[in-house]
Design a protein around this ligand. Sequence first.
Ligand code: C5P
Length: 353
Amino acid sequence: MLFRSKSPDAGCWRLPTHLSIGMAYNLAAMTVVVRSFAKINLGLCIGAGRPDGFHELLTVYQTIGLHDVLRVSLERGHGIEIRCNDPRVPNDESNTCHRIVEKAMQALRAKGRVVIDIEKRLPVQGGLGGASANAVAALLGLERVLKKSLLPVQRLRIAAEVGSDLPLFLVGGTVLGVGRGEQVYPLEDLPATACVVVTPEVGVSTPKAFAEWDRKLTMVGASDRMIELGPGLSAWLSESYSGAPRSSKVVKPRRGRAENPLLELVRAGIKNDFEQVVFPEYPELSEGKCALERAGAKYASLSGSGSTLYGLFASKEAAWAAAAKLRRQGWSAQATVTLTRREYWKKFLVSSF
Ligand code: C5P
């Protein structure tokens, strides 16, 4: 028997009600199928290196419609089994799903054999947070099959222990990330925006990209980039949320605001700092960004440390036409839309049986 998700409590940071364990659903459910959506970074500012080896970050995460599908089952016995249709995905203890399930089983004092089946649809190239999204989807699916719930604070802690960009997937939509990227704050849902994701066949090592950034900062003696991004982001957010009346005599009409506040955010001067160290090393990624711009993107950027690139477009038609054009040019390109928090949670649960 198939159980569809109910409308989510989209404005709420807590796990949406349709994911609360053992609500109006089949209490004997043993398998849960969930979508594991990808993210892009709308700007990413790298700050100071920290004594724990991480760097301070300031970024805006945005979930998008591209996704993997995870099937989480609980069987008799013990242990964790990871299956995946893509041989590049590890199925041992290094898999993020394995790591998070192990921690959650301990925290929940649960018993049984957990089987996670990952249907990989997302490109395995970095920057989309695929492995992180898989882990969060596995965690939420596990809670549901176990009919046991972690406290929100435990869930967040366990997610952050597995990786810096896991907690964003417990929020979805447009999310401010600070600290090492693991401290997440839901931002106002922005309208769904058409985008094209380009995934060059290049693997970028995130720790190496951070190390290269440190080397570059030391060489040029640059000041903390947070000081630059912080005020731009704060101005954009405070205007977005402010109810203050605007006088056209005093305040100039804002470029692009009428068009799309998401496009205004990315044009507010926020950039992805990783471009400065990743593009010189991999010139084809810089070419990919230019190709997106030539194909009509209103804004194009590297996502995370790459190698994924994305472009935001004025319409779905423009995005779909651009993706087709980029593919003809030899790029691996997919058109999709950004996913609001409401849509993220509405589409998260596929079935439970
Ligand atoms: O947390 P995550 O597993 O994504 O981090 C991978 C690596 O990236 C870390 O071990 C660290 O070298 C680097 N990193 C960092 N600062 C961050 C996030 C990650 O230096 N804010």
